[in-house]
Design a protein. Sequence first.
Length: 378
Amino acid sequence: MQSKRKLKAAHIVEALQSEPVDIHSLRKLSISPGGLLSRKLRCQVWPHLLDVTDTHLKCPKNVRMHPECRQVQLDVNRSGGRFPSTMPKEEVDILQEQLTDLILSVLCTHSELNYYQGYHDICVTFLLVCGKQLSFPLVERLSTYHLRDFMVRSMDSTADILNYLIPILEKSNPELVKYIEKSEVGTLFALSWLITWYSYVVPKQEDIERLYDFFLSCHPLMPVYFAAQIVLDNADNIMDGECEMARVYQVLLQTARKTDLPLETLISKAADFYIQFPPSSLSVTAIDYYKDGLAMSTFCDYALVAQHELPDAVLRRRGLYSSDRTESSVNTRPSNADSTHWSAAKTAAVAVGGAVGAAAIAGAVNLLEWAPHLLGYL
């Protein structure tokens, strides 16, 4: 195990030292088992994943004058549990002051962004991993891209993002979806998961950092795919009892809080599922995805593709078709929305994986963008 870690660490350093930096390999290494292994490597890789290595941001002055300052301070004062229990109180106090300034600096820099309770949980992770100086450009970029839909004044965008959960679940376990819908529990149980990137619910700090390696390398909707895998992994427990809202809600709420969360398995399944069913292929919500102007929808399905491998390999590993099927038989599929997007998925995943050039990515993305609208008229 130790030799594998050393070998992976060497690959990460090699990708960082390439000229130019090998972003493709860094994403692949960030997603693969174990992620980026250490805080030292995360400090070096995360700026490349968020493309802030050439960003020179100056922290604004008088950030404590921001109208949200009091609320931020209240939340930060309650964040003591997010710091290591062995950390001296004096050091925690310093970090909490830095956390307050970090959050307010982003809000002062972007007046269009609104603070929400839970945002500070994400910022804590960056502060612990990267320190005061590096955290500002990282959190600023994350807030204006991945988290932007959570930072608008209305909760409508967040609700729209949560709406992706049920279509993803339905692809794997329709019976579970029927059970959840019968209980009328909705999807709010996953709200704290998504808006904190699981920082609020996953008990181990090392697991949170591992998840950030994964999410920073992928489409902003990947936390929803991960949420679906948590729910699917607990399907038997969820349906083993009275189909009553309070019980089902409590069971669902606790599924992400397990100390023995099978993190690597869930990451692998979420990544594979993303390739099989990218956001634009979830036809139930595809119209809303393009219509409502979500920041999420500005990311093409494969700009930050998860697994960097052929969908054929994913399908075989998940047992969705046998290895002896020929390419021609795979291409013989029903003429429906899923098959259209599956074809685009295959093309794009091959492109991002390096088998073909950027033109193929553009072609695949165009197909993904037009397919939902075209299919609506057929």
